[in-house]
Design a binder for this molecule. Structure first.
Ligand code: WTA
Length: 641
């Protein structure tokens, strides 16, 4: 299982090892020259003259790429393909039920986007305004994103699995005048009350003037007079043509909220030019995509993977992208492979958690299907354990399809560390090597750079075009969060090991972020939700290893005086968090605690809680600095799971 897999020769145009090395050196030695050339992957309506203008130092901190150039993202993703591939499928939609499909050509998506943009304009949305999208995985969602980019509005997509409260927080932070949603979503045979969630969120969002409602299931939903309108009726009323607004490269493109170690989720802001260059190039290089191939990324557009590799990366290249509105376990665990065969998918990009869940159900669900169309497999979102990697390679790909393990973050815009399928020897469990333009550095706790084979904290010493530019509304938080831990470097929050071949092995978050089924969750967010419950006094949340989810959520809870711990209360609290944040935040384990281990200055010692949650109670380390060391024995005795 620890074998190294050598790449097979690629096709004409594939990046081979020599070309990778050449590009890596070119990007390092002459970033301006390299990126001037690479930026040609997209069309610029006004060419840029400045390329890289960045500094991570506090005194002259700035991140700007291609700053005096102009372009429009929707023109790049749609208009420029019309002459050559207007009748080619841009999106192949696969619904919740197998065979519920719909194909949208580039010409059709262009018209839908133009109409959508005109609807936005008719509702007063102008350049720079925010628009919140809370939608299922349907072609209209891609059109909504592209429509925003067409007129220079900034979209903020909120994953459909988030609760009304989470939605309201994300709306109030960026203050959109318009929200787009659907009557209901469908996931794994269940209905999700999207419109009802919007209604309840908007009770605390006074700034929202209009709600566009897409008919997805046809369910009867209440419409608020003067605020809510049906999308199909609006689309029919407007013109099918809408000029693409030329945007400055550094104009905001979208906001996407993501969890950090402290406080509320941050609105990660990406801008227009650098982001599009990054996702267009990485899509082409990492997936070695060719004309006519069908690409399927199973992520939801509510996450960055959906933004970059369901929508923008593929469409900027003129590829055909699959949008999947279902789940891999419905109607059974063969769904992905059945769909791969039926649609003839060539490239599949999914998350380790999905693979681990499917792996448990046995190989039969996979081998029953042909999978002959598959050429390349990718993973993203969390570390992939070598067992799951091996299963993907051996069972799913029949040892024929390279597996690219791609490391990146919401903040990075696109893939930063990954194998290139015809350039890189593969080692199961390693994201392998940095892409050209990516300068990783491992540092120890004091920020001292580590050379050669080493384990440390993963930083990036210089900017790349796809990097986030700020936290919406809080530029200081952006600088504080990412550039002060190790001054002069971007700190990723990830731990990482580098082996003697210079390969990177991401070991997971070293901060208070946990990665549950590939979804980022701040422990502070779950704690805040728990303490809102009237019986809860205090809560401390940590991650623990979980066989399928990668990490599970373990919560220690102390109750108010007079309250009594019970199984029923544990269940109620799980439901409570689910309702406050969303199902993805549901704690896997909840332990009633007499107290939390705190230092004399009142700081919770999470290191100890992590050990208890992991079941490593023999290795708790030094507990002598605790205000009340006896608490630890009680916690060990009361461990759940
Ligand atoms: C983790 C998802 C190991 C990592 C694109 C990172 C990974 C966080 C990998 C970002 C990978 C992502 N191997 N860990 N291939 N990909 N991660 O913002 O901890 O949702 O910091 O972006 O996921 O999660 P995010």
């Amino acid at each position: 299982m620890t074998e190294t897999i050598h790449p097979a020769a690629g096709r004409a145009g594939s990046i081979d090892r020599a070309e990778y090395e050449r590009q890596y050196e070119a990007a390092r030695n002459d970033p301006d020259g390299y990126w001037r050339e690479q930026a040609g992957v997209i069309d610029w309506s006004r060419p840029f003259t400045v390329v890289k203008d960045t500094s991570f130092d506090q005194a002259d901190f700035r991140i700007r790429w291609f700053a005096d150039g102009q372009l429009n993202v929707s023109a790049n993703c749609l208009d420029r393909h019309l002459a050559t591939r207007g009748d080619q499928a841009a999106i192949v939609w696969e619904g919740d039920e197998p065979g519920e499909t719909r194909t949208v050509t580039y010409r059709e998506l262009h018209e839908l986007t133009c109409r959508f943009a005109n609807v936005l304009k008719a509702h007063g949305v102008a350049k720079g305004d925010r628009v919140t999208l809370y939608l299922p995985m349907v072609p209209e969602a891609a059109a909504a994103m592209l429509a925003c980019t067409r007129i220079g509005a900034i979209h903020s997509i909120v994953f459909g699995g988030f609760s009304p409260d989470s939605l309201a927080n994300r709306i109030n932070d960026c203050d959109p005048r318009l929200v787009v949603t659907a009557d209901e979503g469908c996931r794994g045979g269940k209905r999700i009350p999207l419109k009802a969630n919007v209604d309840s969120a908007l009770e605390s969002c006074p700034g929202v003037e209009s709600v566009l409602v897409l008919r997805r299931t046809g369910a009867a939903v209440p419409m608020v007079e003067g605020r809510d309108v049906w999308l199909d009726e609006e689309l029919a009323m407007v013109d099918g043509d809408c000029p693409a607004e030329p945007m400055d490269a550094e104009d905001p493109l979208f906001i996407l909220y993501t969890s950090g170690s402290t406080g509320k989720p941050k609105g990660v802001l990406h801008t227009t030019g650098g982001y599009l260059v990054w996702v267009a190039k990485t899509f082409r290089d990492v997936f070695d995509w060719r004309e006519g191939e069908l690409f399927w990324c199973t992520a939801d557009i509510g996450w960055v993977t959906g933004h970059s590799y369901v929508v923008y990366g593929p469409l900027a290249n003129g590829a055909t992208t699959v949008m999947f509105d279902g789940v891999p376990s419905h109607p059974d665990h063969g769904r992905l492979w059945e769909t791969v065969d039926r649609l003839r998918v060539n490239i599949l990009y999914t998350a380790p958690t999905a693979l681990r869940a499917l792996m448990r159900e046995g190989d039969g669900y996979v081998t029953k299907y042909d999978r002959g169309s598959l050429r390349l497999l990718g993973t993203v979102g969390e570390p992939i354990n070598p067992e799951a990697w091996d299963w993907y390679w051996r069972v799913v790909g029949d040892r024929r399809c390279p597996v690219v393990d791609t490391w990146w973050q919401t903040e990075t815009g696109g893939i930063l560390i990954s194998a290139l399928p015809h350039a890189t020897d593969l080692k199961p469990g390693s994201a392998t090597r940095p892409l050209p333009g990516v300068l990783p550095q491992l540092v120890d706790g004091e920020g001292v750079p580590l050379d050669g084979a080493a384990a440390g904290n993963l930083c990036l010493t210089d900017s790349w075009p796809g990097q986030m530019r700020t936290v919406w509304g809080d530029h200081d938080r952006f600088f504080q969060t990412y550039f002060t831990t190790y001054p002069g470097k971007y700190f990723t929050g990830d731990g990482c090991r580098r082996d003697t071949d210079g390969y990177y092995w991401i070991t997971g978050r070293v901060d208070d972020v946990i990665n549950v089924s590939g979804h980022r969750m701040g422990t502070a967010e779950v704690e805040s939700a728990l303490v809102l419950h009237p019986k809860v006094a205090e809560a401390a949340v940590v991650g623990f290893p979980h066989e399928v989810k990668g990490q599970g959520i373990y919560a220690f809870v102390t109750l108010n005086a007079g309250e009594e711990w019970s199984e029923a209360l544990a269940t109620e609290l799980k439901q409570w968090v689910r309702r406050e944040i969303g199902p993805i935040a549901t704690p896997d384990a909840l332990q009633g605690a007499p107290g939390l281990p705190k230092t004399r200055s009142g700081k919770i010692m999470r290191r100890i809680l992590r050990k208890i949650a992991e079941g490593e109670v023999g290795a708790l380390g030094d507990t002598s600095t605790l205000a009340d060391p006896a608490v630890v024995d009680a916690l060990v005795a009361g461990r759940v799971g």
